[in-house]
Design a protein around this ligand. Structure first.
Ligand code: ATP
Ligand code: MG
Length: 517
């Protein structure tokens, strides 16, 4: 059988291909037949380019840096269909970054926005690309101009489950992005598990609000909807009011925590408006307990938080259905990322490489069908990040309670070792966030001559609140052991975040590294 992921996604389309598959925020509708035909045409175009696989047998890569559009999604599906490897790139990347990614991945085909064509094509051809197309978010560009001349019939390329489907560069939160090599089998197995675990239903409608250069919007959201034959309400750019308005004709929403925070700031968000919805899912960054609670209060819905990575697809999830004796949502626990998904083995190891006692904190390692084969052209890095028995070292630090719930307390790179004691940033941030007037906070370690490292807190005040760093530290001192108390506390207006809403602690560390030096 053909293990091409596209074949499985196509099999999820409803029998009636004339129904609407995607509706955009400017009122355009795409039927399932449109999806099928357009992906055939683009796949035929890609195959007609007559590109030989590289010497190592890896199929040609298609690197894509374009604004979000339905056509960009079609290009992703067409790339799978043609048996090529999809390589999405964050639209924020500028020339130095693009040069690195294109030079590293050596794509045969590059697709970019027409406004960037000049510089992207230059650096692409320099890196050996054969074709550079343009694609804009208004359905124009040379890619589509060429594809209209291709047949709308196409037989999906034969692929084994372990063959490469996509290279996803990690978000670069802790350092330079690495290309995670994901196979057709990695992606399909995870999509199937999530379809089941999150109880996708026949008439579900997904609000697609996320960017599509990242696992969350590209895989979790799109695969979920397609595999289930569900319509998507497609937002080119996230607009909280629009998302809230769309809830009356949708059932599933997926977002990063900042999207929830922005919707909570809208007065139009209320129970009635959200009453048609079945499920709200959050991931990619930690969801504050306050957001979790506020959301429940305002909408009556309990956000389901899950945890995953570019390298592993989704790993853990809070349960969709609770024990039948409870009401449906009582088992989604704020502050936790739930249970390892079916097929995921998860273990928590101490510094000595041995499993820690249940409930204690350590490094999280995982194994399973969704876990990638390795980093693109980084065999040494790959070898370092896998254990001898095939577990991937996530770089996240956390614990698994006796009842199975997993909690992430931070990343190992963000861990602070102060005077020989481990300080877990998430714990201190949790206390800071509970203090009156505090909206959010970030704790980072900076070099210190006596303690090796000490914590520095950056705190964001709630609108209208007047905060003083010294007072906040005094409050903490009354609650926590001395070695956990940050040495300094700055009040700022916002935390540096990347496009996925992840706090960039490396920037904060850089900013404050000279404080005690
Ligand atoms: P890089 O690896 O380049 O530093 P990154 O790890 O942020 O960047 P991604 O693969 O996009 O790149 O993100 C995966 C990480 O996101 C996880 O390792 C974890 O730290 C974090 N994450 C994802 N979901 C959650 C969640 N629900 N709660 C806490 N952290 C999460
Ligand atoms: Mg990472």
């Amino acid at each position: 059988t053909n293990h091409n992921l596209f074949v499985a996604l196509r099999a999820g389309f409803p029998a009636d291909l004339d129904g609407i598959a995607v509706e955009t925020d400017d009122g355009l509708c795409y039927s399932w037949r449109d999806l099928d035909r357009a992906t055939a045409m683009i796949a035929n175009l890609l195959q007609s380019l007559d590109i030989a696989p590289s010497a190592d047998g890896v199929p040609p890569r298609v690197a894509v840096q374009v604004e979000k559009s339905v056509e960009a999604m079609l290009l992703y599906l067409a790339t799978l269909r043609a048996g090529f490897v999809f390589l999405p790139l964050n639209t924020a990347y500028q020339s130095a970054e693009m040069e690195y990614f294109i030079g590293n991945a050596e794509p045969a085909v590059v697709v970019c926005s027409s406004k960037n064509f000049n510089w992207v094509s230059k650096l692409s051809f320099k890196a050996g690309a054969r074709h550079v197309f343009t694609l804009d978010d208004d359905r124009t560009g040379s890619l589509l101009e060429r594809a209209v001349h291709c047949s709308d019939q196409q037989k999906p390329a034969n692929r084994r489950a372990d063959e490469l489907a996509a290279i996803l560069y990690t978000s670069g939160t802790t350092g330079r992005s690495k290309g995670a090599m994901l196979s057709h089998g990695n992606l399909l197995s995870n999509a199937r598990v999530l379809k089941d675990y999150w109880g996708w239903e026949k008439n579900d409608v997904l609000i697609h609000a996320l960017p599509i250069f990242h696992v969350h919007g590209l895989f979790v959201a799109i695969h979920g909807a397609l595999l289930n034959g569900s319509k998507m309400l497609w937002m080119g750019k996230f607009d909280p009011r629009r998302a809230i308005a769309d809830m009356s004709r949708a059932t599933v929403f997926m977002g990063v925590p900042t999207l929830y925070v922005r919707m909570l700031a809208e007065p139009s968000l209320n129970r009635e408006q959200a009453s048609h919805m079945r499920l709200f899912i959050s991931g990619s960054a930690p969801l504050l307990l306050e957001t979790f609670n506020d959301w429940r209060e305002r909408t009556g819905h309990t956000i389901l938080e899950r945890y995953g990575m570019s390298e592993t697809t989704m790993l853990t999830s809070n349960p969709y259905r609770a024990d039948a004796r409870h009401d449906n949502q009582s088992e989604r626990r704020g502050g936790t990322v739930g249970f390892p998904l079916p097929g995921v083995e998860l273990r928590v190891l101490g510094d000595d490489g041995k499993p820690v006692p249940v409930g204690e904190i350590g490094g999280i390692q995982v194994r399973g069908e969704g876990v990638f084969a390795g980093y693109w052209r980084m065999p040494e890095k790959t070898a370092e990040e896998f254990s001898a028995d095939g577990f991937f070292k996530t770089g996240d630090v956390g614990q698994q309670a006796k009842n199975g719930y997993v909690t992430i307390v931070g990343r190992s790179k963000d861990l602070i070792i102060s005077g020989g004691y481990n300080v877990y940033p998430a714990e201190i941030e949790g206390y800071l966030n509970e203090l009156p007037g505090v909206a959010e906070s970030a704790l980072v370690g900076v070099p210190h001559p006596d303690f090796g490292e000490v914590g520095v807190a950056v705190v964001i005040a709630k609108p209208g609140a007047k905060l003083n760093g010294e007072d906040l530290l005094a409050e903490l001192k009354a609650r926590l052991a001395n070695f956990k108390i940050p040495k300094r506390c700055f009040i700022e207006t916002e935390l540096p975040r990347n496009t996925m809403g992840k706090v960039q602690k490396n920037l904060l560390r850089d900013q404050h590294k000279g404080l005690f030096a």
